[in-house]
Write a protein that binds this ligand. Structure first.
Ligand code: CU
Length: 527
């Protein structure tokens, strides 16, 4: 009996298997006390059932070509945080289902507590690493974030790896001890802990257990690295191992081998790691650009902070004693090194301005971020509902100054200059599309031939980032900084794409029509 209990306890401690939703399932959104770093706090979480809600949320998975049915059930009760919610499926195009994209007040009214909403969408032509998160206020910083992987049964790079499953997903997240609205009110955010696969430690805190990623010597692993960050970017590395990048944000890339990956909020990379080192334990490191509150000077990894463990089968159950590559030995990834494996090349003509040009400049004024001098404030009627109700042309859509009308089947070139906005680089994310980054934030070179193709790219102060995409997906699509505290402070616009065809292209379900009337009748303590 004693033996049985011991093995059970070990199982409970070391079993970190993610809950999995295969294509169809329920996502229960609940409040729960959680102490992933040894500090207990109230959170907002997703689970396949109310009792099993976790951080991060369940892994949603399926194959290229599949349809997904995710029933989001709002069971939130904590009146000190938002009780309404909505979920965005980051990186998925939502062709013909703009209504299922998720951002509150852009494509839907929030889901009310005690209610549910079925997100139903197809993924006909995408495969790779994605994630989902709340798209209401700063709710995802309180915990509502999870991984979403679309597998390609005919992956052209399958020959490069042996293992690709739920155990090869690596999530990075910033974790805060105060609630997100308190962090937001404080101004510049400094996280308390870095969680890798939902586990971590904070400076001065207890020795909470760290995430362990298991490998077997000789095998090749496709790790899917997801930044679920609300703010910091991370320098990610695994001691003693090279990382061969083969995907950026759901786009297969020609392989490029590095030993460190700088990953910005909401970005994803797949990398192949060959377990070719002596059997042992190796530090996995994720150092945030803004160090954790209380981090010892010059040691961002003291006592296992910002760390997890890569453990070979047969290695002792012990902390690694490995050393990070010296700064001179770092081989990092930049966007100039990343090229799409299939159909490379930007749309439009191969010179700056060889497309419909839109210029945007970021700014900051009286505590709010601005784009071309307008700070985004959520309209009371979602942009999609405004369009379906007949509001045209695009310049009549609210919020005033924050909606850009785009004509259909054209190539657009967006120049985003970081201007004087503080807190950068700002990782800009466009919903409904991938884009080609013909000029990255950290380079003066243009690339029209094979630029990185992705859905989130940084914009730095005083520098211009230039992206291109084709307007083949009618709908209002959010374009915003993915530092969630900056989005909440107005760093966003809406691209109203092909407004005349939005209605016929995006038939909405009756349940979508019901969201706003229900939401508009909520009492203050239900919002
Ligand atoms: Cu930002």
């Amino acid at each position: 009996m004693r033996l049985l209990l011991t093995s059970l306890a070990i199982h409970l401690i070391y079993s970190q298997a993610l809950d999995i939703i295969r294509n169809n399932g329920v996502l229960q959104i609940v409040n729960k006390e959680l102490s992933p770093d040894g500090f207990s706090r109230p959170t907002v979480l997703a689970g396949t059932s109310a009792g099993s809600a976790t951080f991060p949320g369940p892994l949603i998975q399926g194959n290229k070509g599949d349809t997904f049915n995710i029933d989001v059930v709002d069971s939130l009760t904590d009146t000190t945080m938002n009780r309404t919610t909505s979920i965005h499926w980051h990186g998925l195009f939502q062709e013909h289902t703009n209504w299922a994209d998720g951002p509150s007040f852009v494509t839907q009214c929030p889901i009310a507590p005690g209610n549910s909403f079925l997100y139903r969408f197809a993924v006909p032509d995408q495969a790779g690493t994605y994630w989902y998160h709340s798209h209401l206020g700063v709710q995802y910083c309180d915990g509502l974030r999870g991984p979403f992987v679309v597998y390609d049964p005919h992956d052209p790079q399958a020959y490069m790896y042996d293992v690709d499953d739920e155990n090869t997903v690596i999530t990075l997240a910033d974790w805060y001890h105060p609630k997100a609205f308190q962090v937001l009110a404080h101004g510049a955010a400094v996280s308390n802990a870095t969680l890798i696969n939902g586990q971590g430690r904070y400076p001065g805190g207890p020795d909470a257990s760290l995430a362990v990623v298991n490998v077997q010597a000789g095998k090749r692993y496709r790790f899917r690295l997801i930044s679920m960050s609300c703010d910091p970017n991370y320098l990610f590395s695994i001691d003693g191992h090279n990382l061969t990048v083969i995907e950026s944000d759901g786009v297969s890339t020609t392989p490029v081998t590095v030993n460190q990956i700088q990953i910005y909020a909401a970005q994803r990379y797949s990398f192949v790691l060959t377990a070719n080192q002596p059997v042992g334990n190796y530090w996995i490191r994720a150092s945030p650009n803004t160090q954790l509150a209380g981090t010892p000077a010059n040691d961002p990894f003291a006592n296992g902070i910002n760390s997890a463990i890569l453990r070979y089968n047969g290695a002792p159950n012990a902390d690694p004693v490995t050393i990070a590559p010296s700064s001179s030995g770092v081989v990092g990834i930049t966007e100039s090194l990343i090229h799409p494996l299939q159909n490379p090349g930007a749309p439009g003509s191969p010179y700056p301005g060889g497309a419909h040009v839109i210029n945007m400049t970021l700014g900051f004024n009286a505590g709010a971020f601005t784009i071309n001098n307008y700070s985004f404030v959520s309209p009371s009627v979602p942009v999609l509902l405004q369009i379906l109700s007949g509001t045209q042309p695009a310049q009549n859509l609210l919020p005033e100054g924050s909606v850009f009308g785009l004509q259909k089947n054209e190539v657009y070139e967006i120049n985003i200059n970081g201007g004087t906005a503080p807190g950068g680089p700002h990782p800009f994310h466009l919903h409904g599309h991938n884009f080609d980054v013909i000029k990255s934030f950290d380079s003066s070179e243009y690339n029209f031939k094979n630029p990185v193709r992705r859905d989130t790219t940084p914009v730095a102060a005083g520098e211009t980032t230039t992206i291109r995409f084709v307007t083949d997906n009618p709908g209002p699509w959010f374009l915003h900084c993915h530092i969630d505290f900056h989005l909440a402070a107005g760093l966003a616009v809406v691209m109203a794409e092909d407004v005349p065809d939005v209605k016929s292209n995006n038939p909405v379900p009756l349940e979508w029509d019901a969201l706003c009337p229900i939401y508009d009748n909520l009492k203050p303590d239900q919002l």
